[in-house]
Design a protein around this ligand. Structure first.
Ligand code: HPA
Ligand SMILES: [Zn+2]
Length: 342
């Protein structure tokens, strides 16, 4: 049984496995420019963030109906639950769908159907094929595409208004360099006024200044990636002092070449520095592993021992948006402390 954990950096569109992509393509009559799943997997060799994003957006063409989004989230939650995920805060990219004529409501309501089903405990043998499984509590975080305009982000927030009872927060993703956080000041102010939590990708490929700007201008409570903060000791000191969580994604960093190899990842030094680090899978269908695989990889390659792994699991629940359910957070944290590493 894997250590209980929360996943806080997960793009639901990045959980689209080649097999499901082809199944949805067939169901929806969409032509994919790949002969089969093997040929598609061959395309998963990325030079950088942009080369990944090109494929990530291309494959979304197969997602058209509520049922497609439901099936996508259902497949992710099944995999996550099997790898010890108790709580998942799930990003989605509305503009990547609305731009293709798929309505905001189709995306949110489709995802919600799966989230609702997984939100209650499940242990029946019939459902789980004999395996003991558990429910997964979830939150939805709507991301703005930073390579689109600030006006488009504002229109997206507006389109989300009928669905805000389903949405916990806003985030910022897509191509980072050249699109500093400050571009989105206004939409983050509007989101805060609506009671939404705020996170943003910063310091993945972009400089440490983008992390500072996300904190100062956008008022984010957590930083997604934040990897390049290590280049700025004053920023590290601030993140430590203010207990700002970082949602690191080590396997993503290797695949998108933010680090040369996993062995070069600064996670151990970041933990030693006192940063509130979490590890997450980002886009697991593309980057070679889900949450449990990621824990295993950092254990095996970075030599993290049981107490460091427990710290990562504990941090994931401390950093989760569970402020409206502290009883649940306490239960999850107690599970982490009671866990015996094999
Ligand atoms: O890793 C990522 N970075 C930025 N945008 C993204 N959209 C999906 N995954 C990512
Ligand atoms: Zn991401």
């Amino acid at each position: 049984m894997p250590v209980p954990k929360a996943e806080l950096h997960l793009h639901i569109e990045g959980t689209l496995e080649p097999e499901l992509a082809f199944a949805l393509a067939a169901r929806n009559g969409v032509d994919l420019p790949y002969a089969d799943t093997g040929a598609l997997r061959e395309a998963y060799r990325f030079q950088d963030l942009q080369s990944f994003l090109n494929l990530y957006y291309e494959l979304m063409a197969v997602l058209r109906t509520e049922r497609d989004f439901e099936d996508l989230a259902d497949a992710y939650l099944a995999r996550a639950a099997a790898q010890g995920v108790r709580h998942a805060e799930i990003f989605f990219d509305p503009q990547a769908h609305t731009a293709r004529g798929v309505a905001m409501g189709t995306v949110v309501e489709g995802l919600w159907r799966a989230l609702e089903r997984w939100g209650s405990p499940r242990s029946s043998e019939a459902e789980s094929g004999g395996e003991e499984t558990h429910g997964v509590s979830t939150r939805l975080i709507m991301c703005f595409l930073r390579d689109e305009s600030a006006e488009s982000a504002l229109a997206t927030l507006d389109a989300a208004k009928p669905h805000l009872h389903r949405i916990t927060g806003v985030g910022l993703d897509s191509a980072e360099v050249g699109h500093p956080p400050a571009k989105f000041r206004e939409v983050y102010e509007a989101a805060a006024a609506l009671g939404l939590r705020r996170v943003a990708h910063a310091g993945e490929e972009g400089p440490p200044e983008y992390v500072t700007e996300a904190l100062d201008v956008l008022g984010v409570e957590r930083v997604d990636h934040g990897l390049r903060c290590v280049e700025d000791p004053a920023l590290v000191a601030r993140l430590v002092r203010d207990r700002i969580p970082l949602t690191l994604c080590p396997l993503s960093n290797v695949r998108l070449r933010a680090v040369d190899t996993l062995a070069d990842h600064p996670l151990p030094e970041m933990l030693d520095a006192g940063l509130l680090c979490t590890v997450n899978s980002d886009d697991p269908a593309y980057f070679g592993g889900y949450a449990g695989d990621t824990f295993d990889a950092v254990r095996d390659t970075l030599g993290l021992g049981p107490e460091r792994l427990r710290e990562l699991a504990r941090n994931s629940f401390l950093a989760a948006f569970l402020d409206d359910d502290e009883e649940r957070r306490s239960r999850y944290l107690a599970e982490v402390e009671a866990y015996v590493f094999p």
